[in-house]
Structure formats: structure tokens, C-alpha cells
Design a protein. Structure first.
Length: 203
């Protein structure tokens, strides 16, 4: 009687990274659900690392989102031979955190007012900027909103018009939280263009 066949002696870590590598491959193909799955796997360890550096929970959460946004954009640059996907993500997050710390120091001596929020720009109330430039900016943002893919526009509608958190949107739509965060990040990236163009034309 022949002995039963044994599975290849992969370690749990090896199999886990193989799964992560497959997710990255799907991200290269613009698969949002793959990014959501990767987020669900590694967002907590990444958050813990970043929080240790920044000592700011809100900033740490923002850096986690930025890290996965960069992973979405730069997935094709990931090389399995250079390290695990988790190491790649943690390295990105650590660099982002250190950049934030350096920026925080500079801003102490160079405090500037921020841009109007999306909610202010697209509100139906009085123009928050109270001038012609402000009205033009609102028009640019509204046009950019109309050009967004339906799934990204729907997420922004829920977030900024219905006042839902990203976690609530994920629960309401049945989509992974990472997918919701990605759609918000992609949409806001596209909306930054009219803001930057407007700033250049008014300076």
C-alpha cells in the first residue's frame, strides 16, 4: 500500500505571500476587489506601524489610505524577488509616515490656509468663496463630478451628500471597505485637477 501523498512543504507565510502576489497581479489589471482584499489583510498591521511613528490616529489612518492608493498606482513595479508584498506595503507606509513627520515640522514655520473642502465646493448654499473665482471653481468641480465613473460618483454622493462614513457605505453596498476607500481616493484624485488648474489661473 502506497503512503498518502503529502502536500508540498510550503510554509504558511509562503502560501500567504503567494496569495498576496496574485492579488497584486489582479491590481495591475485594475481589479478593485483585489485591492480591497489586500487592504483587509494588511491595513491593521500597517496602521499599527504608522501610528507608532506619527502618534496621531487620524493621520495614521490617512497614511494607510495613501499607502494602498500608491499600491494601486504602482502595482506593476512590485517585484516578488525583492521581498514579500507585506514588506512592500509596510515600506511604502513607513516612507509616507516619515514624509508626514518632516512636513509637520516645516508647517510649523509655514502655516497656510487649506483649500475649500469638496462639501463646501458642491454645496447648494451660498458660494463659500463669495466671488467670481469661487463660482468658476464650483463650476469646474461640478463638471469634474459629472465626468466621474458611476461607481465613484455614487460613493461620493453617499459620503458627502448623505453623510455616511466609508465603513457605513461598505456595509450598505456590500463591497469591501478597501474597495470603497479606493473609489473615494480615485475620485478625489480626479477632482484635484480642477482645483490645481484654478489655483494656477488665479495666482
Amino acid at each position: 500500500m502506497n503512503p498518502p501523498e503529502r502536500e508540498p512543504s510550503y510554509s504558511v507565510e509562503t502560501r500567504s505571500n503567494a496569495d498576496d502576489v496574485e492579488l497584486v497581479r489582479r491590481i495591475v489589471e485594475a481589479d478593485e476587489t483585489a485591492l480591497g482584499a489586500l487592504y483587509d489583510r494588511w491595513s491593521r498591521p500597517l496602521y499599527s506601524l504608522v501610528l507608532q511613528l506619527t502618534r496621531d490616529p487620524l493621520e495614521a489612518e490617512d497614511i494607510v489610505e495613501e499607502t494602498f492608493w500608491q499600491a494601486w498606482k504602482k502595482a506593476a513595479a512590485y517585484e516578488p524577488a525583492r521581498g514579500a508584498v507585506s514588506t512592500w506595503l509596510l515600506t511604502i507606509g513607513r516612507r509616507r509616515a516619515l514624509d508626514r513627520l518632516r512636513s509637520r515640522k516645516r508647517k510649523k514655520d509655514d502655516h497656510r490656509g487649506g483649500e475649500p473642502s469638496l462639501a463646501e465646493l458642491i454645496s447648494t448654499g451660498p458660494d463659500p468663496l463669495q466671488d467670481t473665482a469661487g463660482a468658476e471653481l464650483r463650476e469646474h468641480v461640478q463638471a469634474a463630478l459629472a465626468d466621474l465613473p458611476v461607481e465613484q460618483r455614487e460613493v461620493l454622493d453617499l459620503a458627502y451628500f448623505s453623510g455616511m462614513s466609508q465603513t457605513e457605505i461598505a456595509e450598505a453596498t456590500g463591497l469591501p471597505l478597501g474597495t470603497i476607500k479606493t473609489r473615494v481616493r480615485l475620485a478625489m484624485q480626479k477632482l484635484r485637477e480642477p482645483l490645481s488648474v484654478h489655483r494656477e489661473t488665479t495666482e
